[in-house]
Structure formats: structure tokens, C-alpha cells
Design a protein around this ligand. Sequence first.
Ligand code: C2O
Length: 539
Amino acid sequence: CTVRHYKFNVAMKNTTRLCASKSIVTVNGRFPGPTLYAREDDNVLIKVVNNVKYNVSIHWHGIRQLRTGWADGPAYITQCPIQPGQSYVYNFTVTGQRGTLLWHAHILWLRATVHGALVILPKRGVPYPFPKPDHESIVVLAEWWKSDTENVINEAVKSGLAPNVSDAHTINGHPGPVPNSCPSQGGYNLSVESGKSYMLRIINAALNEELFFKIAGHKMIVVEVDATYVKPFKTDTIVIAPGQTTNVLVKANQGSGRYMIGASPFMDAPIAVDNTTAIATLHYSSGKLDSTQTTLLTKPPSQNATAVANKFTNSLRSLNSKKYPAMVPLTVDRSLFFTVGLGINSCPTCKAANGSRIVASVNNVTFVMPTTALLQAHYFNMKGIYTTDFPGNPQSPFNYTGTPPTNLATTSGTKVLRLSYNATVQVVLQDTGIIAPENHPIHLHGFNFFAVGKGFGNFNPSTDTKKFNLVDPVERNTIGVPSGGWVAIRFRADNPGVWFMHCHLEVHTTWGLKMAFLVDNGKGPNESIIPPPKDLPKC
Ligand code: C2O
């Protein structure tokens, strides 16, 4: 197999956006960070050197990490963070995956600026299951705050209130020609040649916002999400949650001109109004260039265009071909029901929020980050770091999408849910509307899952289960739990270790919308966690 070596130098860099400079945490001085390329079956080694004052860890979002949880990256879950001045080599093999993923910092809010594309090419000689595009481009969507993002979240946590929304969205690092941006700072420009076809590898690396993505005058054919192939379908709008990736084919069939590319927020129960659209341009380079030609505008969907988002997500199906079959578990060994949502707890010091603070929970448990990594505690049999009593069902059921109960308090703890090796697992994720219903993009580490069902209102096991798609449901690693609704996912617990599951809206993770699965070792020769590398950071 091929071994690929990368070096990620985490260092501060002065960066100007929206006409103002600030010092941001970067990898190799770049925002977004460098693209990591690998091929299916490659062994990838990334040496991460921490040259900033923060603790750092990096997650390879969507990489299965079969038996190599030590390389997964979430701080205090699979590793202690890399301390200032220290380094750590992430070492993993890409198994059974190809497509677009992302990497990002997995501690505090560093992900705001520490992220980049992760491209897994198919094995040499293996074609895409769709016509080969003439060119490929990476499109990283993110957010930009004028102030320091660590201050934004620290102040919010202190006050008990929600943090400020970002000042702009970005496409490949730039907001584009939006109000308040510097005229001299153009946006991202995708040059195309008439008649050629393009594949865009679109990544949502934003902290807190789901996004719509549109190109004026051009349709997109969706061919892959979260590094799994899907049945191709045509659309003029995609919706993409933080942590999700989408590959689309675009035909440059308009001959000439400039066309606006827009990324705008999707929030189906908007708590905060956010109208900032990031703008890039698709630009025909061949033929005569008319500099007076204006960009053809595309009107972004409204912030709460739930119907547009649903139409898109309901169109996603696994390719389920002979070569890429959908391996949906048809029977279920462990059936779990998790409520996900926001709540309010008392906080005597939170004066701004009248002595309360916003919390978030799974099955009413607000996860408390341990001070030692769970995987290390598990592997070395350290006692007292976590308990294994995470509830498989709500502790006190209520009408999740109806009137909220009067007692809103959550319990807190570092609880994990234990799964036996190779068990087939179903999790119904039910949104709750205690403060307000909201779409939660839930990400599971260590696995891909199949989204077998989805609906609005409360999940009803007797009627909804019958409607599950067990033939070609979309396979992914991050799924939106619809606002005031539910999704059902299935996966096989074939990866021993400790695996984080959380809302990929970073603010919700901060508030506690997270939990972890502990998957036991199997009995076979290749069914145990491998020993940790020597340079594994200590807490
Ligand atoms: Cu992309 Cu745990 O995150």
C-alpha cells in the first residue's frame, strides 16, 4: 500500500476579511487549510505540530478509523489534546471509502478557522460510477467572525446566552462582494470552459449554520454525499449541514458570461436572523470577455425554506449498485431512542440570562467533557472517568413536539452507551422543542449509517417503522434531525473503540448535545483496538 506523509503546522496567521485583520489559528498559514489527498487503501500519516497557545486536536471527519480510534481526533474522547509545543502523528488507513470528506480541529471553537478538504480518490484504475468530469474543484463553505471566535463562545458560556452569529459566510475563504467586504477583496472565482464538465466537491465547514448552495443559470447533478455514492439526481439548490459534504457535476453549458454562486443560511426555525450570503463567481474564460457584463444574480432561498431543504434531502438515495451495494442492516440487535434538543438549566452566575443558561442534551443528559480521554480510560482500564449508564431511551418521556414539560432541567454526566461488537444498531433521533425546535445535524464518529426513515412530529414505532427504506437509504456520517421531527439511522457496530456522537452545530456541542458509544472488542483476530502509538498525547 502507499504511505502518504503530511505535515500540519498549527500556527497563528494575520488574516484580513471584511476590511479588518485579526490573528487566526491556521494550518500551514492558510484559511481554509491545505487539502489532504489520499487514495482508497492508502496509509496516511499526518504530523500535527502545535505552535499556538491553545491545546489542539484534529479530526478526520468521516474517516472510518477501523480499530484506529487513536487517530480519530476529538479531544478528551479518543485522545488528550496536543499541548503547545508538542506534536502527534495521526496514522490511519483509508478502508472501503472514496469521495470527499473534511478535516477540522476538534477542540473548543478552533474549527472556525482550522479546517480543510480531505479527498479520497478511488483505487488506481477504478473509475467513478458516473461520467468522468473534465475538471474537479474544491468548494469549502465556512463562517467568519470579525472578533476572536474563542472570545465569542467564552462570553456566551459565561452569560448563559446564545453566542453572536457570524459576520459573514465564506466560499473558499472569501465572503465575496457582499456589503461590508473590501472592494479590493474579490471572491472565489471558478473559471470554466464552455462545453466542459466540472465536479465540485462541496464541504460545509461552518461552525453553526446549515447552508443552501446555488449557481445561477446552472443545474447540479448530485453524485455523492459524505464519501458515499448516491443515485444521481438534478437540482438547482443543495442544502448542506456543517460536517456534510456533497459532490455535484456541473456542465458549463451557458456559452459565456459570469454567474453568481451563492451560499446562504438555512434555519427552519430561525432564532437569529441571518441574511448573509457568501458570493463566488462562475466565469466562462473562453470566447470574448465582456467586462461590462454583470453577474447573473441567483436569488437565495429564504432562511426558513424548509420545503426546499426537504425536497433535496428526500431525493438522496444510496447508489446501491452491484459494485457499491447498500449494506443496510435488515435486523436490529439494539434499538435506541434518543431525544436531541435544547433546554434551560439554572446558573446562579449567569446574570445576563436571569440566573439560567441554555444547555443541550441527548435523552436529557448534558454530556460533561472528561479530563482524560475516554478511549485511553477504556483501553487502560482507568476507573472513575466515565460511567456506562447512558440511557437507551428517554428517562421521562413527554410529548416531544408538543407543549414542553414544566421541569426543563437536564441531568449531566460523562455517560457512554456500551454496544457489543458487530451488533446491528438502530437509533431514532427525535428533536424536542423545549426552547424551540431546531434542525440538528447529528454526526457519528467511526461509522457510516443508513438513514432509513424520517418524519415530522413524534416518532411512532408501530406505524413509522413499516415505512422504513431498507433497500437504498442514503448512507452518511452526518444527518439533519428535522426541526420538530425525527430520523432513524442504522449501523453495524463493527468498529471497536469509543465513538463520539454530537450535533455538528458547534454551539450545541458546547452546550452538551453530545454522547459517546463504547464498542467492545470482538473475539476474532482483527476485532480489537490496536495498541496506542508511543507519541499519544498525555492529559
Ligand atoms: Cu466533524 Cu466530532 O466532528
